[in-house]
Design a protein around this ligand. Structure first.
Ligand code: HSE
Length: 292
């Protein structure tokens, strides 16, 4: 049996819809994997009552099927489902890494990204890699379908999680099918700025690189209190704010030393909008860790 700790992740980062992702140092799922005659799934922890235990509908179960590696898979959720923090991706990444080890399948982490993305397809209808890539590789990743580019990164972040659920499937339905050329130009500039910020561990550039005006406003409209929370975070010194993944989590880039203030301001912003929320003071972190 092996145990895998797989981190929460934040996808999109504003300007990299379906491409950019970052691993967070907390929260995380802990998944235990042991070979078995057929795959079974057990789920405990935060939001476990909403997670299917039928292997065909569970991201980890789908990964076991993809790898032809049946197993008893026990998932202890630290990452709430439908949060925008890559909850389903963490379970898929953990299962892929664990099964690869217990069955000695010989994949490297990059090859496991595509396998874990099949788990994402099962829950959202789309095999996006922008959460599973950082969950497996850590740091900052750009997943373009044909390749995954990766750099370690060290940037302070806050993620604020309102007591509200937004399913990825629903959040994908509000994404516009075409973009204005001015928005396109802004997004290209922001994406370049963000990559530079990640490479340089520069929170100013990272926050500036979140700016995007096509997908983010459509997603933000699904989050009660988003505008208020964004303004509060910026007033508290955040260098940029955007929707985390498909939402409803809200991500803020911070300078070292002001995460506590930003976190408190975001929780208060949600409270003023009548929404309970909790904030994680976090930073870019490592990919999934395996324990024998
Ligand atoms: N890129 C995906 C989306 C991530 O925003 O729909 C979902 O977690």
């Amino acid at each position: 049996m092996v145990t895998v700790r797989a981190p929460a992740t934040s996808a999109n980062l504003g300007s990299g819809f379906d491409v950019f992702g970052v691993a967070l140092d907390r929260p995380a799922d802990v998944v235990r994997v042991e070979p078995a005659e057929r795959t079974t799934i057990e789920v405990t922890g935060t939001g476990s009552e909403y997670i299917p235990t039928d292997p065909a509908g569970n991201t980890a179960g789908v990964v076991a099927r993809e790898l032809d590696a049946p197993a008893r898979i026990r998932i202890d959720k630290g990452i709430r489902p439908a949060s925008g923090l890559g909850s389903s991706a963490a379970s898929a990444a953990a299962a892929a890494l664990g099964l690869n080890r217990v069955y000695d399948l010989g994949y490297d982490r990059r090859s496991l990204v595509a396998v874990a993305a099949e788990g994402e397809r099962a829950v959202s209808g789309h095999a996006h890699e922008d959460n599973v890539a950082p969950a497996l590789l850590g740091g900052f990743t750009a997943a373009t379908g044909d390749a995954v580019r990766h750099t370690p990164a060290d940037v302070p972040l806050v993620v604020c999680l309102p007591d509200q659920a937004v399913s990825t499937r629903d959040a994908r339905e509000v994404v516009p099918r075409s973009v204005d050329i001015d928005d396109y130009v802004e997004t290209a500039g922001s994406a370049a700025t963000l990559v530079l910020g990640m490479v340089r561990d520069d929170p100013e550039l990272v926050g500036r690189g979140f700016r995007e005006s096509a997908v983010t406003p459509a997603r933000a409209a699904l989050i009660d209190g988003y505008d208020r929370v964004r303004e509060a975070a910026l007033a508290a010194g955040a260098t940029g704010v955007t929707v985390s993944g498909a939402g409803p989590g809200v991500l803020a880039a911070c300078r070292d030393g002001n995460r506590r203030r930003v976190a408190a301001a975001m929780v208060e912003g949600f409270r003023e909008a009548g929404v309970d929320a909790r904030a994680y003071q976090t930073r870019t972190g490592n990919g999934a860790e395996l324990f024998e």
